[in-house]
Write a protein that binds this ligand. Sequence first.
Ligand code: UD1
Ligand code: MG
Length: 457
Amino acid sequence: MADPAPPAASARAVVILAAGQGTRMCSPTPKVLHRLAGRTLLDVAIDTAQTLGAERIVVVAGAHSPLVAAHAVKRLGEGAISIQNPPLGTGHAVRAAETALAGFTGDVVVTYADTPLLDAAAVEPLFAARRSGAALAVLGFEAADPGAYGRLVMEAGGGLGRIVEAKEADAAERAIRLCNAGVIAAPAPLLFELLGEVTNANAKAEYYLTDVVGLARGRGLQVAAVLTDEVRTLGVNSQAELATAEAYWQANRRHEALAAGVSMPAPDTVIFAHDTVVEGGVLVEPHVVFAPGVKVRSGAVIRAFSHLEGADVQTGAIVGPYARLRPGAQIGEGAHVGNFVEVKNATLGAGAKANHLAYLGDGEVGARANIGAGVIFCNYDGFDKHHTSVGEDAFVGSDTALVAPVRIGARAMTGSGSVITRDVADDALALERGPQVEKPGWASRFRARKLAARSKP
Ligand code: UD1
Ligand code: MG
């Protein structure tokens, strides 16, 4: 039999259960590929496993959702996926991972891909319980309404005796408020040995993972229950539950940002992504959305109603109101990006300004250059993207179309309304527009003619 007492720091593996149907999401997208803070629930679970230092991670997916398997394989490789077909319960699901974990003798933690608020900090204490001598450690919580959760039946000595599923529980057991969060840690050989003894002789005719607790006690092994906050155990089964999880996550993240010195007069209107970096000393005005991949340095201001994704904003820069920074936008020190300006895969040098109504895609703008209202980097010819370069201290007149590939020299200027298709030398003015024609008195003659025609019977 496996030795239940591992060395102080044993190797770790995480088995992520993701074979559920997820039908209550009412969505063609598999449940665990829905996103929380811009990251799929499956990625949240994988990231948690990696934060825990897992050297092996196995995702158990159902045969009904090839997209889930494909996502896991893309992130972790072929060996990291086990298909459970058909799904016959949580114990059966963990057994599906046995082959993938062949030869692994360290600790296995079982988690769910649909409980995104159970982070590494909530799971880590299970390892401490294992180091203190428990053969198995189970994560539990005090449920406000225990409902359908498995109940933790504790023993006089403080250890966990067994878990009884709600459908199996008698009245006294149903009254227990201490519930199973679903996360369990055990040495791999012991876990699979116990799972081999689990039957489906129960109300749901399923193989319950939770039965391993009673089986371990039957062998005289110690089982510990470690408690976490109920809110962390929230399982996502519907769009409403996903929104609840998101709201909880966002509230926490806003709290952290405020504590770190980010000014937010209306924090409840600011949306963060899982990887947003906003340093202390940044002002974030109301209704700002940070999609993934954004870094904002201290001293920058993100004004109201701006949407940022994959962007870097340096100190002293002002972005918005109503700005859109798309992936690859690099806003230099003290640069300004104003209302209805879209920047994609483009760099603005220090002190450069694009204050109104512009599209800057695939290019670079030199330090202190000024981009007038309505300027467009015409980067796409229907097949390929081309590059635009605007030199330092250049002045691009309002409504200039820069047809890429094109380069505007340092200190050069373009006349308003020009369509620039050829490079402009340093210090030159490029002008591309028809000569202005003026017909004296024409407007009043036109008006008189129209009015006369109207007054005819
Ligand atoms: C399970 C626990 C229960 C606990 C509750 C916490 C068991 C028997 N019961 O119940 O004690 O209080 O979670 O939320 O473990 N899954 C598979 N394959 C399967 C069945 C489930 O991968 O065959 C996955 C699901 O996708 C889900 C997780 O396992 O992520 C839990 O399954 P679910 O059906 O929600 O279990 P519960 O009945 O809620
Ligand atoms: Mg459940």
